[in-house]
Ligand binder design. Structure first.
Ligand SMILES: [Zn+2]
Length: 188
């Protein structure tokens, strides 16, 4: 399998080497060209349907779909793969961990933190508009967790980061603590 013209196994192995052990039932990976998404559905080579996406995860099907033509420069590929993997980790992290991460983000917002650590979280943060729409908020917290995990475990793979350093340090501390308390590996 190739992504962005490069063998998938080669770069995936180096990305996964930076992570704590991952545990859980196998995940299925699919690589398709021309991915677009609309209303929770994913399409390949149907450019008129939905908007272009780099990847998508289907939690119940335990499936990750990656865009075949992902650009390989700038560490985008690893960041996207890690982001998708952590969608599975978020679901299995447990309520206490999720509430704890949510509290961290509330503290940031109260403190006036702008921007985020990745594209997905930045877009979903922009949709909050300072309002407490529960589904927008839930979506934002999840995207933020996935982007921050990708950055934390593989800093060289992330794209431009606009969240201020003082908030980044708190995120890194949160993930260090989380990783230290994980028993037997990250459950996916
Ligand atoms: Zn996401």
């Amino acid at each position: 399998m190739r992504v962005g013209g490069r063998p998938f196994e080669r770069w995936a192995a180096s990305v996964l080497a930076d992570l704590p052990p991952l545990v859980g039932a196998p995940l299925h990976l699919d690589i398709q060209p021309g991915l677009t998404s609309s209303g929770g559905r994913l399409f390949s080579n149907q450019p008129h349907r939905g908007r272009a996406v780099y990847a998508a995860s289907f939690i119940r099907k335990r499936e990750i779909v990656l865009e075949e033509e992902l650009p390989t420069e700038g560490g985008l590929l690893p960041a996207i793969l890690l982001h998708e993997l952590f969608h599975f980790a978020w679901v299995r992290a447990g309520n206490e961990v999720r509430r704890n991460y949510e509290a961290l983000l509330r503290e940031e917002l109260t403190g006036g933190a702008r921007a985020e650590i990745g594209e997905s979280s930045e877009v979903s943060k922009g949709r909050l508009h300072g309002q407490e729409n529960p589904s927008n908020w839930k979506h934002y917290v999840c995207e933020s967790f996935c982007d921050t995990a990708a950055w934390h475990f593989s800093p060289k793979s992330s794209g431009p980061i606009r969240l201020a350093a003082r908030w980044r340090r708190k995120r890194a501390a949160w993930f260090r603590e989380w990783a230290a308390r994980i028993d037997g590996g990250v459950r996916l």
